[in-house]
Design a protein around this ligand. Structure first.
Ligand code: FAD
Ligand code: SIN
Length: 523
């Protein structure tokens, strides 16, 4: 079995993983594992942009206030403050790494507006900001002699005392991380990768739902690995549904119609042509996402419709095409001319607000393991993420985690004697079908019972159904040669379980968690 030793091991090559790698690479060898092509990530598909305070009349206080309002009482105020006060610095760094944001004729950045923002503050690159950020960061990473990227490498488990047969109890120091077991998807061999410091930057979990804007890599692997290792996971009940994914039945993932389109003036309408958002919130189409997604859900359910419409017909054609060329062309490819036709849209699972509990330095509850980006729960988003705050969060915490890990690495050594992975098991073709069927079942359970609107009965039913899937999958895992598909399924079931458990514990409706049996906010 191949064994490697690196100073810094990074799991994930989105904005969180790469921006961290670029900072620590001056201080040691960095190995970045990524389970698909190196650019495949949620980051690559980000459309609207990245929120930051750039010019007056905007101010840090306004951005802080908007984030806190959106987070509905669950944000950590100190974290919100520090993230937003560092936003301008981190954006300038991103620009220095080569990211191009759109500018106006005056030479200032062209700032857009999205739901929940009281000012225009979203820096963007047309409607494919994430693609531009990923391009610039990867270009920098390729130039650095200390960064090695292994694509099509799947991190299966983080290595802790458990794998060395060391018993951890309340009398011993806490859980420590020594590296990962990783499946090389080209050779199908499992390797031990030992590291002094490990960064989890594995992104979100959209694929536990039938309908999601996330690419297929978003299977919650990091959260599941850390949960199995007994690390702390928080706020998982807050799953954000984006209000406006393009309605295309059977399409998985769904194409996003950016919130910036509503920021540009587009209006949600039901099939009767009624602009319904005024009935739900004074901020209408630019209310925070939880409110807009619930309003759409309610319109669809009470009217028996499968979608609502987004009306762009009154918008300036030339400017629209300049700002949203990909959205315009995607719609056109489906015979939807957005100036003649309404765009059919539905909410889709989009963002995991909770995750691996991480402190202001990005430290998880497990020693030597940091967690940054969408897989982490830092306290910035609370019960509902403010639009375009996630790319910013990833940048700020990668920076902070890098500073902290550079300090720590001097006093950290490699763990010796890590055993090889026990690769016993048999595979048969019948097993692939079991995996794909179980995945469909999981997605149906999560979508039907743990979606935008929940109830005690729905959650209980989801919990019971998931237990059956869990038992079947663990049984399969024990007698089967491991594959990425099986590990992902196992992880998605684990993440689903944590979401349901934490949703059951919250006896109120707050932010993205709405329970018909507890419709009020607890004081
Ligand atoms: P990701 O970018 O998802 O990267 C995760 C990486 O981990 C990937 O490389 C993946 O392959 C790898 N990985 C995962 N599991 C494993 C494993 N087991 N082994 C090895 N590698 C693994 N946010 C905004 O702020 N503004 C926006 O405009 C915006 N628009 C969005 C539009 C869409 C369609 C989507 C899906 C999201 C959008 N978001 C937006 C959210 C934002 O893009 C993500 O939250 C952010 O990019 C997450 O970055 P990350 O580095 O944490 O994770
Ligand atoms: C969008 O462009 O609507 C996505 C923004 C986000 O998820 O922050």
């Amino acid at each position: 079995m191949q064994k490697r030793e690196v100073d810094f091991l990074v799991i994930g090559s989105g904005i969180a993983g790469i921006s961290y790698a670029l900072k620590v690479a001056e201080f040691g060898k960095v190995l970045m594992l990524t389970k698909s092509d190196e650019d495949e990530s949620n980051t690559k598909y980000a459309q609207g942009g990245i929120a930051a305070v750039m010019y007056e009349p905007d101010s840090y206080n306004k951005h802080i206030e908007d984030t806190l309002i959106c987070g509905d009482g669950v944000c950590d105020e100190n974290i919100v403050k520090l993230v937003i006060e560092e936003s301008t610095q981190r954006i300038n760094e991103l620009i220095n790494w080569g990211t191009q944001f759109d500018k106006t004729v005056t030479g200032n950045y062209d700032l857009a507006k999205e739901g929940g923002h009281s000012e225009k503050r979203i820096l963007h690159h047309k409607d494919n900001t994430g693609f531009e950020i990923e391009r610039a960061l990867l270009e920098q990473a390729h130039l650095h002699p200390n960064i090695e990227i292994l694509s099509h490498y799947y991190a299966m488990e983080i290595i802790t005392q458990h794998h060395l047969g060391i018993w951890v109890n309340s009398q011993t120091p806490g859980i420590e991380c020594y590296g990962v077991y990783a499946l090389n998807l080209k050779t199908e061999k499992i390797e031990v990768i030992a590291a002094k410091i490990i960064l989890m930057a594995s992104g979100g979990c959209g694929h536990i739902y039938e309908s999601t804007t996330n690419p297929t890599i978003a299977t919650g692997d990091g959260v599941a690995m850390v949960y199995r290792a007994k690390g702390k996971i928080k706020d998982m009940e807050f799953i954000q549904f984006h209000p406006t994914a393009l309605y295309q039945p059977g399409q998985h993932p769904s194409f996003l119609i950016s919130e910036a389109v509503r920021g540009f003036g587009a209006v949600l309408k039901n099939k009767e042509g009624e602009a319904f958002m005024a009935k739900y919130d004074t901020r209408k189409d630019l209310a925070p996402r939880d409110i807009v997604a619930r309003a759409i859900d309610n319109e669809m359910k009470t009217r028996g419709d499968d979608f609502v419409y987004l009306d762009c017909s009154a918008l300036d054609k030339e400017e629209f095409i300049k700002h949203f060329p990909n959205i315009y062309n995607k719609c056109l490819s489906l015979n939807i001319d957005v100036f003649e036709n309404l765009i059919p849209v539905v909410p889709a699972a989009h963002y995991m607000c909770g995750g691996i509990d991480a402190d202001e330095h990005g430290r998880s509850s497990i020693k030597n393991l940091y967690a940054v980006g969408e897989c982490a729960r830092t306290g910035l988003h609370g019960a509902n993420r403010l639009a375009s705050n996630s790319l910013l969060e990833a940048l700020v915490f990668s920076h902070r985690a890098a500073i902290h890990s550079i300090d720590e690495i001097e006093n950290t050594t490699f763990m010796k004697g890590i055993p090889d992975w026990d690769a016993e098991g048999t595979a048969s073709p019948e097993e692939m079908v079991l995996i794909t069927q179980s995945l469909k079942e999981l997605q149906a359970i999560m979508s039907n019972y743990v979606g935008i609107v929940r109830s005690n009965l729905r959650l209980k039913r989801a919990f019971d159904r998931l237990l059956i899937l869990h038992k079947e999958t663990e049984n399969l895992y024990e007698r089967t040669t491991v594959s990425k598909q099986l590990c992902e399924l196992r992880n998605m079931i684990k993440v689903g379980y944590v979401i349901i458990k934490q949703a059951m514990q919250r006896k109120e409706s707050r932010g993205l968690h709405y329970n018909l049996d507890h419709p009020k906010l607890n004081a």
